[in-house]
Design a protein around this ligand. Structure first.
Ligand code: FAD
Length: 490
């Protein structure tokens, strides 16, 4: 062992989410010695919340009669990103995502229950969302067990802090802080960064986006996603991708869980007003949570109110919602908890994000909105409903539900964040590139830290892209590292 280091490996992976664990397992399969560091006390990161992952022409799709071609996927990624995504990287992912499904199922033990879409009524969404039994949390469990079984050293509560390079600029390892707070130095022929982006870092969110609402964003993903890997790579000579700052936002109630029926009601495409009491959008945007998040983030105070009356509550209970929230509230699920939950929310003195009013004027006062303004908006909206045509924002008539029968409720939907993506410039081998487009020797990035898959927003027409890319980029990086080591290049 090199005396400079406490231990040395072929590969050290930073971050034990989907991308990092996929990389570590594959590295072991490729015969490389490998350590994986996770700064939290458990593996999983934001991946532990994900429901499914994208693949194209997979055997799981084929056996269900689902046709989504690689051509369709490739072109959708490029079109949707306005060609800001990197074609060679997109191509590598699209070509290899179906193999990820085979690996997860046949080698790791994942069972796929379904392949579907996330949002009904979203035109053009491809059927790519492969849903594993036990969600991605189960995939993480299986990957971690597989990594350990294959001899990967898994260090929990251990945060990487600095990438080390030699005088020629080649990566030789990293510095980390272990679970006892002690500094450790690990040698490595290659370091793979998969720290999951910066959704939990308000300063970086403000630095890399124009929203200026870093502190207000409600992070529902991993607490450890503080952008450490991005900071380390930039300090080690890597560079930013042009899409740094791309965020997956969505409307969300503060202090609620993603299974809440009040929260899900707030996303229904019925009647929304912003902090001024005015309707501001075709609420059908709520059918696609990422787009709805982008709309919410730019409203005054970065929130909107979703207003419902008693008839709509009865409709949601009897007929079900128009749109669920992932697998946490299913599409068309009957919202049976809603009547009790929303009453309790409104009565809760510690909660100010659900208010009730016997009249629209009382509701407005409780919302902190001018009663005259809200009254006028409700009247105008009810007239559109009566006419069966939304001549203001052109919402489909089937979602025009009048607001007439009190008591009324208003649900405050703030801006939630699932992930950031698109930070670091990499090539199709997952190698981090410097400002001249040359690889930083021995430095790789995968998953949400890596840029090149998306443009200014997440590719919602291809559900499961983030987790699919995380899993696929992980094992591809390991294979490339193995090939480079074999060739004597690392
Ligand atoms: C509620 C929710 C639902 C989602 N659903 C889906 C879905 O259905 N489909 C989909 O495609 N995507 C989904 N996503 C997004 C998806 O989870 C991620 O895009 C993807 O899985 C991220 O994988 P990753 O490996 O890049 O990051 P992560 O899974 O976040 O892993 C990164 C890990 O690195 C660790 N880390 C950070 N800094 C350090 C450090 N200095 N040293 C060591 N470790 C460090 C973190 O603690 C974390 O565990 C969802 C996200 C959320 C929050």
């Amino acid at each position: 062992m090199n005396q400079e280091f406490d231990a040395s490996y072929d590969v050290v992976v930073v971050g034990a989410g989907a991308s990092g664990l996929s990389c570590a397992v594959q590295a072991a399969k490729d015969g490389l010695s490998c350590a994986i560091l996770e700064k939290e006390a458990q593996t999983g990161g934001s991946s532990a919340f994900a429901e499914g992952h994208a693949a194209f022409e997979s055997d799981e799709q084929k056996k269900r009669g689902i046709t989504v071609t690689k051509d369709q996927a490739f072109n959708t990624y490029l079109d949707y990103s306005h060609w800001r995504a990197d074609p060679p990287l997109v191509s590598r992912f699209v070509e290899n995502a179906a193999t990820t499904i085979v690996k997860m199922r046949d080698e790791v033990g994942v069972h796929y229950e379904d392949v579907t879409v996330t949002a009904l009524d979203q035109p053009g969404e491809l059927v790519t969302w492969h849903l594993p039994e036990g969600e991605v949390a189960r995939v993480i469990e299986l990957l971690e067990a597989d990594a350990r079984r294959r001899g990967v050293d898994v260090f929990l509560s251990t945060a990487a802090t600095q990438i080390l390079k030699d005088a020629d600029g080649k990566v030789i390892g990293l510095v980390a802080k272990d679970k006892d707070g002690q500094q450790v130095r690990l040698g490595a022929k290659a370091v793979v960064i998969g720290t999951g982006g910066f959704a939990a870092n308000p300063e970086m969110l403000d630095k890399y986006t124009k929203y200026g609402i870093g502190e207000k964003l409600i992070n529902v993903g991993g607490l450890g996603n503080t952008g450490d890997g991005i900071t380390m790579v930039l300090a080690a000579g890597g560079t930013e991708h042009n899409s740094i700052g791309t965020l997956l936002l969505f409307p969300f109630m503060r202090d609620k869980t993603i299974t809440s029926h009040t929260n899900c009601t707030g996303m229904q495409p019925y009647f929304w007003v912003n902090a001024t009491g005015q309707r501001f959008v075709d609420e059908v945007v709520g059918m696609s949570f990422g787009n709805a998040g982008d709309v919410t983030a730019v409203q005054p105070g970065a929130f909107y109110w979703s207003i419902i009356d008693q008839a709509t509550i009865r409709h949601l209970v009897a007929d079900g919602n128009e749109i669920g929230l992932g697998i946490y509230v299913r599409n068309n699920e009957k919202m049976v908890n809603l009547p009790t939950e929303i009453e309790a929310d409104a009565a809760d003195e510690n909660r100010t994000n659900v208010v009730k009013g016997e009249t629209i004027e009382e509701l407005a006062t409780n919302m902190g909105v001018d009663p005259g303004v809200l009254r006028a908006e409700v009247d105008a909206y009810n007239e559109l409903c009566a006419n069966g045509a939304d001549t203001k924002f052109h919402k489909p008539a089937k979602f025009l539900r009048p607001v007439t029968e009190g008591p009324f409720f208003a649900i405050k939907m703030e801006t939630g964040i699932m992930i950031s993506m698109g930070a670091l410039k990499i090539d199709e081998h997952m190698r981090c590139l410097d400002g001249n487009g040359n690889p930083v020797p021995g430095l790789y990035s995968v998953g949400c830290d890596a840029g090149g898959m998306f443009g200014e927003s997440y590719a919602l027409p291809i559900p499961g892209s983030a987790n699919g890319f995380a899993l696929t980029s992980g094992w591809l990086a390991a294979d490339d590292i193995a090939a480079e080591i074999t060739a004597g290049a690392l």
